[in-house]
Ligand binder design. Structure first.
Ligand code: SF4
Length: 369
């Protein structure tokens, strides 16, 4: 399995919590930028021969703010110079209110078969507090335009003044749009974002409150038939994201566009986060890579453990031994002893008990020492 990621860094406005590579004021560069992305695919393609890709993911930014012809163009270029599985999952991220019927039809015609919609919350007061450019009602209209196709919604917890009741309300509202997958992330107040001052002022819920919201959300999703397959991801059976699962299974992926990262050829590498530098490099025929590291055996071991412990399926101990030639139990004796009551071993797999998944970072940190 291998995935393709395409970064489209344009947005209508900058959300107050956002520290992603996104440019709300540079939509005018979209055509020139996307031409560079197509060119980057052509430059990379010779090295990717022999690989079949099982997923494509258009992320951002807000991929739906640019002309749909570029999504069509990317899919054409992928099919022209790479091997794409005919049953590949093709996802596009979009924000409510940024699409119309023609755009959706163009996406579907190009092969997009999964729509990931950034709802975040069902309460307009929260949306406006976050600096989102849409209302909750826009979400339902967008879902209607998409129709029966596979849909996912993003939700956030840990918002200023948010209650468990609202978290449950947001989940039920998201379900009204007919989604089969929900990603529920805790708001992370990143330094340098406007929302960071809310955090410094003590206006955001503390860790215990966020954990309570997470538990409320998990329980509610479970009641609605959604299974948690990763810390923040829930799906009806059979609707897990192929693309994201590949990340957690440490599968290969190639990223195109500014700030896109890749794991391929045993290396992790990332493109520059600077839009001008990215375009200049591509136009000069160079890869815009700024970080590039070969992943040795020890790093691979830690990555394998860290990624697997985020998931409900956990780590396959047999596969671990086959890959690294050693026993997981002896390699990680100390953290295993320390977290014995938070871990469970079943059917040749080890995983974090569901009740402790939300604090997985602190558990995993001990495995990375
Ligand atoms: S829509 Fe997403 S990428 Fe764009 S500013 Fe908001 S959070 Fe950032």
């Amino acid at each position: 399995m291998a995935g393709i990621y395409i970064h489209i860094p344009f947005c209508k406005a900058k959300c107050r919590y956002c520290d992603f590579t996104s440019y709300p004021s540079k939509l005018g560069f979209a055509d020139a930028y996307m031409a560079c992305v197509l060119q980057e695919m052509r430059l990379r393609a010779p090295a990717l021969q022999g690989k079949t890709f099982s997923s494509v993911y258009f992320g951002g930014g807000t991929p739906s703010v640019i002309d749909a012809k570029w999504i069509v163009g990317c899919m054409n270029r992928i099919r022209e110079c790479m091997a794409l599985d005919e049953k590949a999952e093709v996802t596009i991220e979009l924000n409510p209110g940024t699409v119309d019927a023609d755009k959706i039809a163009a996406y579907k015609h190009a092969g997009v078969n999964r729509f990931s919609i950034g709802l975040q919350a069902a309460q307009d007061a929260h949306l406006s507090e976050l600096g989102r450019v849409h209302t909750a009602a826009d979400y339902l209209r967008t879902c209607e335009l998409i129709g029966d196709a596979n849909k996912s919604a993003d939700l956030m917890i840990g918002l200023k003044g948010q209650t468990c009741e609202e978290v449950r309300g947001s989940i039920d509202f998201a379900l009204r749009g007919g989604v089969s997958h929900i990603s529920m992330y805790a708001l992370t107040p990143e330094d340098g974002t406007p929302i960071y001052s809310d955090y410094l002022n003590g206006d955001l819920p503390d860790g215990d409150e966020v954990a309570r919201m997470y538990d409320c959300g998990c329980a509610h999703l479970q009641k609605r038939g959604f299974l948690r397959y990763e810390v923040s991801n829930f799906a009806k059976p059979g609707f897990e994201s192929v693309h994201n699962r590949n990340y957690w299974r440490r599968g290969e992926y190639i990223g195109f566009g500014v700030a896109a990262s890749s794991f391929f050829f045993g290396r992790r590498f990332a493109n520059t986060r600077d839009l001008d530098d990215y375009m200049k490099c591509i136009l000069s025929g160079f890869f815009p890579v700024v970080d590039d590291a070969e992943i040795g055996q020890e790093d691979a071991r830690f990555e394998r453990v860290m990624l697997a412990l985020r998931t409900a399926e956990g780590l396959n101990l047999f596969d671990y031994k086959r890959e690294f030639g050693t026993d997981f139990a002896s390699d990680f004796f100390e953290p295993l002893k320390k977290h014995a009551d938070r871990l469970e071993m079943k059917g040749g797999r080890i995983r974090i008990k569901p009740a402790y998944l939300f604090v997985q970072n602190s558990i995993i940190a001990d495995f990375l020492q």
